[in-house]
Design a protein around this ligand. Structure first.
Ligand code: NAD
Length: 418
């Protein structure tokens, strides 16, 4: 079986870590058991472009249990866990093409390697696989029946493809399931981004000024966790509603031009381009720490930082120190790539349990329904979302109340008022 991973000798370590993750993924495990019996994905080739982490390994095992032939590449050059990639090849016989730190050329070679498998379904995180398939490999689109997309940025890209009438097969926006973004983007990104920043720097967060750019689902989680660690948190926003929400959640809100002067830590989570630019780097305090946890490495304008720096050096893993003409130093983490995956291990398994349960069930749904879905980006069926929430609560042994018949009737009525 063809593959391209760093070192198969890392497989044993990867297997142990995958097992550890599996212990916190009860919902996905139940799906895996059912898939083993029912084989709903039988005969389907799936090309997955996801962060190659322990949780993704569990998802790949689940798809294989369901009868799919799976090939996996990374959705970010710096997010691969090499031991996991090795374990998937060695023990699960899954074709993996991913090496942590691969350059852009290899990254796209790996995407093309999974496309070479002539997938019936794509499972993407950020839409690089889908866009490569549409732009460079369009001769293979005839085999594709549908796809799923994991993240906010990917959904935005795919919606713009659909609006331009260039999307050639239906895609389900897994990100938009409530059991995905309410939890993964908020609690997953919140915790793992702090984890990445702390692992990379080992700096004390308590008492610092921590600037969060973007108060969407990820930003809310990050601001909450930074505050929990004792930081004074400043939020920057461009959207009036999100800004108001941040203010009423008790955060200080100001433009980045002002925040840039006072922050000790900065982290972007906007999904937007050049959020922190030259004029902001130029006024930062000496020793400021700057990171990104949005999907692409475009949120920090590192090209212009390079231009105002007289030199740059690597001071510890995942930390590059830029020495500016003004005598100050700015520390950039993980080359501006999503820091929770670059310097830490990504989201905790318990939260990915729900995201990847959505992936597995949406793939099963697509296989049944792809004929009926138009060439657009579709929501996750509410039934799937609710079933996952129910399963997760059951797995956590948490019971909730049930509506009484009277309450159900009351909630459906209009005639009972004051
Ligand atoms: N690190 C991870 O593991 C991880 C996990 C999930 C999502 N993501 C990515 O994180 C990014 C954010 O996702 P989300 O779900 O929070 O999106 P979202 O749409 O909920 O929030 C983004 C917020 O950023 C704001 N924003 C846009 N431009 C801005 C600017 N110039 N300055 C300040 N704020 C700005 C928007 O108004 C919005 O409120 C996306 O790229 C997404 O794909 C990363």
């Amino acid at each position: 079986m063809k593959h391209d991973v760093k070192d198969l000798k890392l497989a044993k370590e990867g297997k142990l870590r995958i097992e550890w993750a599996n212990q916190s993924m009860p919902v996905l495990n139940r799906i895996k058991q059912r898939f083993l019996k029912e084989k709903p994905l039988k005969g389907k080739r799936v090309a997955a472009c996801l962060h190659v982490t322990t949780e993704t390994a569990s998802l790949m095992q689940t798809l294989k249990a369901g009868g799919a032939q799976v090939a996996l590449c990374a959705s970010n050059p710096l997010s691969t866990q090499d031991d996991v990639a090795a374990a998937l090849v060695k023990f699960d016989k899954i074709a993996v093409y991913a090496i942590k730190g691969e350059n852009n050329k290899t990254y796209y070679q790996h995407i093309n390697a999974v496309i070479d498998k002539k997938p019936h379904y794509t499972m993407d995180d950020g839409a690089d696989l889908v866009s490569t398939l549409h732009s460079d490999r369009s001769e293979l689109i005839q085999f594709v029946e549908g796809g799923t997309e994991e993240t906010t940025t990917g959904v935005i890209r795919l919606k713009s493809m659909a609006a331009d009438n260039v999307l050639k097969y239906p895609i389900i926006a897994v990100n938009d399931a409530k059991t995905k973004h309410f939890f993964d983007n908020r609690y997953g990104t919140g915790q793992s981004t702090m984890d990445g920043i702390v692992r990379a720097t080992n700096r004390l967060v308590a008492g610092s000024t921590f600037v969060v750019c973007g108060y969407g689902w990820c930003g809310r989680g990050l601001a909450m966790r930074a505050r929990g660690m004792g930081a004074n948190v400043i939020v920057t926003e461009v959207d009036e509603l999100a800004a108001l929400e941040a203010v009423m959640d008790g955060f200080v809100l100001m433009p980045i031009s002002k925040a840039a002067r006072v922050g000790d830590f900065f982290c972007t989570v906007t999904g937007n381009i050049n959020v922190i630019r030259k004029e902001h780097f130029a006024v930062m305090k000496d020793g400021a720490i700057v990171a990104n946890s949005g999907h692409f490495n475009v949120e920090l304008d590192l090209d212009s930082l390079g231009k105002i720096a007289k030199s740059k050096r690597s001071v510890r893993p995942f930390v590059e120190e830029y020495q500016l003409e003004n005598g100050r130093c700015i520390n950039v983490l993980g080359e501006g790539r999503l820091i929770n995956l670059a310097a830490a291990e990504g989201h905790p398994s318990s939260v990915m349990d729900m995201s990847f349960a959505n992936q597995a069930l949406c793939l099963e749904y697509m296989i049944k329904k792809s004929d009926t879905l138009d060439l657009n980006v579709h929501p996750v069926p509410e039934k799937i979302d609710t079933a996952i929430a129910k399963e997760k609560l059951a797995a956590m042994a948490i019971k909730i109340d049930k509506l009484t018949r009277e309450q159900r009737r009351y909630l459906a009525s209009w005639d009972l008022g004051t």
